[in-house]
Design a protein around this ligand. Structure first.
Ligand code: ADE
Length: 229
């Protein structure tokens, strides 16, 4: 069983539309749609924005739906000159840029319970998604660290800090939390994000203009990946 999580309707709606034998169940206010996509058993949910909502959703999928892999899809702010709106970033690792116990001497981003800053994504899933994305899109596909925090990033200063400290290629608000839940449960995961903005001062204009088209790109990609999972 594959679990697929997006924060907003635009990030999961096309997957729910193509699901066959669909059933819906609401737990903790989140609607879980289970059925088949491309003949693969899946559960798909819109978790809502942010790390807590994403963690509740991920843990519920693992406990109630016995998922053996989780995929987080959706949009992100691109970091760096080579990452453009509409590009795909596939995670090789996730950091939580707002995790900060530096005041007691820790490294920035350290998740003390795990003694890790970067949570590695499944190598198998990352490679599968990247090769599928290359086949479909040719260029504009990147592999990198994705930085998560409970903040929409829309200014150059914060962006520079995330890029400088973590070397991240994209920022968003759920992936790092899903990664932590998966790490704690020994569940493999990957995060697939399409760029909706460049997390700078233009983001408030770019995000509403490009989010839907970019989000739909990731759901198209997932449908091509699922049969090989
Ligand atoms: N998701 C899409 N764009 C984002 C941004 N700039 N910051 C955080 N999450 C995002």
């Amino acid at each position: 069983m594959v679990g697929i999580i997006g924060a907003m309707d635009i990030e999961v709606e096309n997957l729910i539309l193509v699901m066959s034998d669909r059933k819906a169940e609401t737990i903790s206010g989140i609607v879980f749609h289970s059925g088949k996509i491309e003949n693969t058993d899946c559960v798909v949910a819109k978790c809502g924005v942010g790390k807590v909502a994403a963690a509740v959703c991920a843990q519920t999928m693992i406990l109630k739906y016995a998922t053996d892999a989780l995929i987080n899809v959706g949009v992100a702010g691109g970091i760096g000159k080579e990452i453009h709106i509409g590009d795909i970033v596939v995670s090789n690792g996730l950091v939580q840029h707002d995790m900060d116990t530096t005041a007691i001497g820790d490294e920035k981003g350290l998740i003390s319970g795990l003694n890790l800053v970067t949570i590695p994504a499944s190598k198998r899933l990352t490679e599968l998604v990247v090769s599928t994305a290359h086949n479909i899109y040719g260029k504009g596909v990147h592999v990198g660290v994705i930085a998560t925090g409970d903040q929409f990033i829309g200014d150059g200063e914060k962006l520079k800090e995330i890029a400088g400290v973590f070397g991240a290629s994209a920022c968003e608000m759920e992936g790092g939390s899903i990664a932590q839940v998966c790490y704690m449960n020994h569940t493999e995961f990957v995060v697939i994000r399409a760029i909706s903005d460049n997390a700078n001062e233009d983001a408030k204009v770019d995000f509403p203009a490009f989010a839907a088209a970019s989000a739909h790109k990731t759901t198209e990609l997932i449908q091509k990946v699922l049969p090989s999972m």
